[in-house]
Design a protein around this ligand. Structure first.
Ligand code: SAH
Length: 362
């Protein structure tokens, strides 16, 4: 079976011509796939029924993901989908909407996609990290998540404005399928989103970062740093191995120099672990004057005995970075009450352990 969402427009043309069809059939299929979101080939009414039958006979299909579970936050701004892949494996994706600053403007609608079932990186505070690694996802499965949300939004007259690879899994450990997905998503005859509207988040696989810099893409890169010292980072990210904090910062710098895109360092703030003023100062010393940007993510408590810092500590941490000249933002919290942190929904639905969501300290 080949999911049509796997094929790049050029590959679609080769495929239709190999089946004895004129080249324009590819555009008919692509138009339906990216504007009408059909659930199976028989719904592509632009095609002659004989050709639709032929596609099915030759083993083509559409959509290897099916919605299993959907939850919306009370304010309606966050929607989380649990999607079943063809082999029934559940994975999760999230839509986060932010009101537009423009009068009558559409909201910013960011989709957070998964790239692996589970994850091998074992970050101690991350729900996916506790599941272990099951398998890599195919490009068409990564795309399927975006298509599901695109369909939901199109029914409301809205569209996806940003895609972040920050769901389950490590995108750069599934490099070729992640890049194929990016190409399908950004191809003008594919999903057609701007490269600058895509961000890949990585735990810091250095060879992958360097390879990505060579792809000639304008996508954003976020590196999960979480600590200014190797000792602390290796505790939080047990698979960090030989990569030092300095190596990651240098890799980010190379990405910036090659692509011109500023790199974001993600920093999950954990109470009593990496949130002290001294640690903020160490981080500031490392990152100031190198053009990078820090995104502080107050922990969504899911795994282990880790807690979210108080609001006061988060603000103080941010202030120290800011005063030292480091560009810094605190991630807007979205979907805490619907288990929107990486891997949480799947964990809840599968009932693997009791997660501690909603523990917001005042
Ligand atoms: N493997 C990629 C994508 C992971 S999810 C990476 O490591 O970057 C995206 C971000 O969410 C990462 O920075 C990750 O460390 C962070 N994250 C995971 N679980 C979290 C939690 N419970 N609370 C806050 N941030 C979390």
């Amino acid at each position: 079976m080949t999911d049509l969402y796997r094929l790049l427009p050029e590959e679609m043309e080769v495929m239709v011509m190999e089946l004895g069809q004129p080249r324009f059939r590819a555009d008919q299929i692509l138009y339906a796939m990216y504007y009408k979101f059909p659930e199976n080939i028989s719904e592509i009414k632009q095609l002659p029924s004989t050709f639709r039958d032929m596609l099915v006979e030759k083993g083509f299909s559409i959509g290897s993901t099916k919605e299993v579970h959907r939850i919306e936050s009370e304010d309606g701004d966050t929607t989380k989908l649990l999607l079943g892949l063809q082999d029934k494996t559940p994975i999760e994706s999230v839509l986060m909407q932010y009101p537009s600053k423009k009068l009558f403007g559409h909201p910013r609608s960011t989709i957070c996609v998964s790239t692996q079932v589970g994850c091998a990186m074992r970050c101690v505070f991350c729900a996916t990290g506790q599941m272990g690694f099951e398998r890599n996802m195919k490009a068409e499965e990564i795309l399927g998540q975006v298509i599901h949300f695109a369909k939901i939004l199109s029914e409301k007259g809205q569209h996806i404005t940003n895609i972040v690879f920050m769901g389950m899994g490590e995108p750069l450990a599934n490099y070729s399928e992640t890049i194929r997905a990016v190409k399908l998503l950004t191809h003008p005859r594919g999903f057609g989103i701007g490269q600058r509207n895509i961000t890949i988040s990585t735990i810091g696989i250095i060879s992958g970062i360097d390879q990505l810099a060579e792809e000639n893409l304008q996508i954003g890169l976020a590196i999960s740093l979480h600590a200014p010292t190797d000792k602390l980072r290796r505790w939080l990210v047990p698979t960090a191995g030989a990569n030092s904090v300095k190596d990651l910062i240098n890799a980010g710098q190379r990405y910036f120099l090659k692509t011109g895109r500023r790199v974001t360092f993600e920093y999950a703030l954990i109470e009593g672990v990496n949130d002290s003023p001294e640690i903020a100062e160490d981080l500031a010393l490392l990152l100031r004057n190198n053009g990078s940007h820090v995104n502080l993510i107050p922990l969504n408590p899911t795994a282990g005995d880790f807690e979210r810092p108080t609001r006061k500590n988060v603000i103080e941490f941010e202030r120290i970075l800011y005063n030292s000249g480091v560009n810094c933002t605190v991630r807007v919290e979205k979907g805490t009450e619907i288990s929107a942190a990486c891997g949480q929904l799947r964990t809840d639905v599968l009932g693997k352990y009791n997660n501690k969501r909603n523990q917001i300290k005042k």
